[in-house]
Structures are given as structure tokens and as C-alpha cells.
Design a protein around this ligand. Sequence first.
Ligand SMILES: Nc1ncnc2c1ncn2[C@@H]1O[C@H](COP(=O)(O)OP(=O)(O)OP(=O)(O)O)[C@@H](O)[C@H]1O
Ligand SMILES: [Mg+2]
Length: 173
Amino acid sequence: MPDTSSTLRLTCDDAEATRRVGAAIGRWAEPGTTVLLQGDLGAGKTVVAQGVGRGLELPTVVNSPTFVLVNEHLGGRLPMRHADLYRLDDLDLIAELGLDQAAEGGILLVEWPERGQGALPADHLLVRISPLTEEVSEDQLDASPRELVLTASGRHAQALLTNLASSLSAVPA
Ligand SMILES: Nc1ncnc2c1ncn2[C@@H]1O[C@H](COP(=O)(O)OP(=O)(O)OP(=O)(O)O)[C@@H](O)[C@H]1O
Ligand SMILES: [Mg+2]
């Protein structure tokens, strides 16, 4: 099988740096873009989503959609749908959300995508977020470095990743 995936690694020293990566995604996204946000509790998935909202120039605040499952944000350059699958462990229920079609005409962001395997678009940009330090002191809550690993699957996501790589300072993997 040809290798259609590729990877970009970024270090983000604080929440604002992570938000800026999201903003670049929001600026470059074409209709039909899916971004899967993977990482432990508190890793920074929603921070990336807030940045995407900024890049799309959304007029609304982007918060965690934990209780509504999917938030729709309109009024930006593209409609943005933001799903959080943390509380869902029933794959049938996840399939009923229709997330495989939810990127149509806009951008779909999914937190905890590992819960929805098989029910999400195959063409997607996977953003894996992990802390680079063990301990976080109280006064560093907004500034503990994260590694973001962006992996494109499919032609659509690959085109996005190529644009991101040229606009963000990056160390190619
Ligand atoms: N480098 C960094 N990048 C992103 N967030 C950071 C960074 N340093 C500190 N933070 C803080 O970490 C927290 C990340 O919270 P966020 O809600 O985005 O996590 P999450 O991955 O969405 O968690 P959940 O699984 O609960 O939805 C924020 O309080 C943010 O300020
Ligand atoms: Mg979140």
C-alpha cells in the first residue's frame, strides 16, 4: 500500500502556542476537513479547538462540548462542529451521531476519537497531544510544554498538513 500519511512534530511551550497551532488549522481548513484531537484528560484538546475557532474567526466561544456531545459553531469562515466522545462508550450510539458525514461543508473536530473508531471520517488529521514534563506546578498551569504530533491520513488531510508545515516552524519527523 502506498504511504499516504505523514507527520509533523511541534513543541508548544504554553497554552497560547497550542492555540496558535489550532488557529493555523482553522485558517487553512477547506470544507470537509476532519481533525481528531487525542490526548489524556487536560492535555489541551479543547485549547486546540479554541484556536481553530480563532482561525475561522468564529464569533462564539469554544468550550468543551462534554454535555451536548456535538457543538455547532456558525458565523465563521466555515461552520465548525465540535464533538467530545469522552462519555460515550456505546459504538452504536456514536454511529447514530453521523460523525462520518459531519465534516461536510465545514470542519469537524473530535475529542476522544479513540471511542469512535470506525464511525469517523477516514480522511482526517490526527493531532496527538502529550505533556513534555512530568510535574506541573500551580503557577505554571497555562505554561507546561506539550508535544503535538500531527499525522495526516488521506489526501484531504495531507494537503492541510502540507500547508501547516509551511506556515508553522516545524521539525519534520
Ligand atoms: N502547552 C500547553 N498547551 C495546551 N494547554 C496547556 C499548555 N500548558 C498548560 N495548558 C493548560 O492545560 C489545560 C488544557 O485543558 P483542555 O481543556 O484543553 O484539555 P482537554 O485535553 O480538552 O481535556 P478533556 O479531556 O478534559 O476534554 C488548560 O488549562 C491549559 O491552560
Ligand atoms: Mg476537552
